[in-house]
Design a protein around this ligand. Structure first.
Ligand code: ADP
Length: 462
């Protein structure tokens, strides 16, 4: 459209310019013709210039034709044709033009490729007739047509170029923008799969890369948030379980503490009642002692357990020769084992680990003590220590009563005992062992014992 408007303006400018140039040229020719007549007339003896034009008209038009290379026609002041340089040429109706020319006005009309121009003739400031020039404007027309054709070609060329430009340049940009629009839509819908940046090196490419990174960041942040949410959920569930466990624990503590206290109270009452019965007094004293020591152990265990579970229990890790620690404990418990005719076997490799010696000893004392307590007369206990898969592996096996299948899962729960009536049973020892082992980076397992009895395995990182 720009080319069209421009072409139209230029072409109409060219046309106007051509007409103006022709007008100027033919006006000048009219003045020259007037001057020529004046010179000729002055040289002749004819008095009236109008009469001179009439008498010498034919000669004058011939001369003008020769000078201007145009068909020339002369008219007198009555509008009568005086002479025509080409008399046989077809005549055009110029009455109206002549009417204006006789009033001293330059006029013209276009007849095909000819410009019929009428200019007034003057002599000493007075109009003496009209001269008509038939000027060929064929050259101008051809030039104009050539120019017009050129504009057509330029217009078509520019149109095709713009189309191709649009197709090969703007089309991919539009496609890119559409692609970005769909990507943004997918991100909005929370679908982060298949987000790819555009392979472009321009601003659109930058934008798509930014959208791609933004999408990935949103995705990661959402995933992190989801993970945090899951963690929180788990923590809340854990807290709820802990709450229930704590309630149970308090309930158990109250119950377990009441039993020995009731026994102590009963014996104390008996002692008051039968102060003169030395046998009963002796028996009551013995039982009170047993219950008090049971109570003391229980208090000690409960406090340690609660400290381990509820706040950071202080450990003092040091390099300890595990075999020596275990040997010392076995030696200490050897006499107790012998009382029950139980044989203690040791198979200890030399292994050093980083651990709290006292807490470690507590673990072994509990386990070996249980192995003695729940063993049979003339039973056996095997205590072994060796290195296995980069860990210190400790096994304590006995030939005792064993742990029934249904109790295996609950064995490490505080206050759980297989048989409540068993003397000295508190159900706290294994719970304490579990916490002490776990807190020091190890793990304890109750293994299936192919033979009779129980088999515990503890593993510590070396
Ligand atoms: P406690 O021995 O004071 O009852 P523990 O927590 O040490 O408490 O043990 C929990 C229960 O596990 C015991 O009551 C007992 O029934 C069972 N148990 C533990 N060790 C053995 C073992 N070596 N052989 C058989 N039963 C055992």
């Amino acid at each position: 459209m720009t080319v069209m408007a421009l072409s139209f303006l230029i072409l109409s400018g060219v046309k106007n310019n051509q007409i103006r140039q022709n007008e100027t040229y033919l006006t000048e020719q009219g003045v020259i013709a007037g001057n020529y007549i004046k010179q000729m007339y002055l040289m002749e003896s004819v008095k009236d210039p109008e009469v001179f034009v009439k008498e010498r008209g034919t000669e004058l038009v011939k001369r003008f034709e020769m000078l201007t290379q145009m068909q020339v026609v002369l008219y007198d002041m009555n509008g009568e044709e005086v002479a025509d340089s080409i008399p046989l040429a077809a005549k055009t109706d110029i009455k109206e033009l002549l009417h204006y020319a006789l009033k001293d006005i330059n006029t013209y009309t276009l007849e095909g490729d000819t410009m019929i121009f009428l200019a007034p003739l003057h002599n000493s400031g007075k109009q003496i007739g009209v001269v008509q020039f038939n000027y060929s404007i064929q050259k101008d027309r051809l030039f104009y047509e050539k120019l017009e054709q050129l504009f057509w070609y330029a217009g078509i060329f520019i149109f095709i170029s713009c189309f191709l430009c649009g197709y090969f340049y703007i089309n991919p940009i539009t496609k890119g923008i559409l692609n970005l629009k769909h990507t943004a839509q997918r991100i909005e819908e929370g679908d982060y799969s298949d987000i790819k940046p555009l392979k472009r090196r321009d601003e659109l490419g930058d934008l798509s890369r930014n959208i791609y990174y933004m999408g990935n960041r949103i995705k990661n942040q959402l995933e992190e948030m989801k993970a945090e949410q899951d963690n929180l959920k788990m923590a809340v569930e854990k807290l709820e379980i802990l709450g229930v466990q704590q309630k149970q624990f308090i309930g158990n503590v109250t119950h377990e503490f009441k039993t020995p206290l009731t026994v102590i109270k009963a014996y104390a009452d008996l002692m008051n009642l039968y102060q003169d019965d030395p046998k009963l007094l002796e028996e009551a004293k013995g039982n009170i002692d047993t219950e008090i020591s049971k109570l003391t152990t229980m208090i000690d265990q409960v406090l340690t357990l609660s400290a381990l579970e509820n706040y950071n229990f202080e450990f003092h890790p040091e390099q300890i020769a595990l075999d020596l620690v275990m040997k010392e404990i076995c030696d200490r418990l050897m006499s107790k084992a012998k009382q029950h005719n139980i044989t203690l076997h040791m198979e200890l490799d030399q292994i050093t680990i980083l651990a709290d010696k006292e807490r470690m000893s507590q673990v072994f004392i509990n386990l070996i003590d249980n192995a003695i307590k729940y063993n049979k007369e003339e039973g056996h206990i095997w205590v072994s220590l060796n290195e296995n898969m980069g860990e210190a592996c400790i096994q304590i096996k006995d030939t005792g009563i064993g742990i029934p299948e249904e109790a295996r899962d609950k064995i490490f729960t505080p206050f759980y005992t297989v048989n409540k009536a068993y003397p000295g049973s508190t159900g706290l020892g294994l719970a304490l062992v579990w916490e002490l082992v776990k807190k020091q980076g190890g793990r304890i397992e109750l293994l299936e014992n192919p033979e009779e009895g129980t088999l515990f395995e503890i593993r510590y990182p070396l």
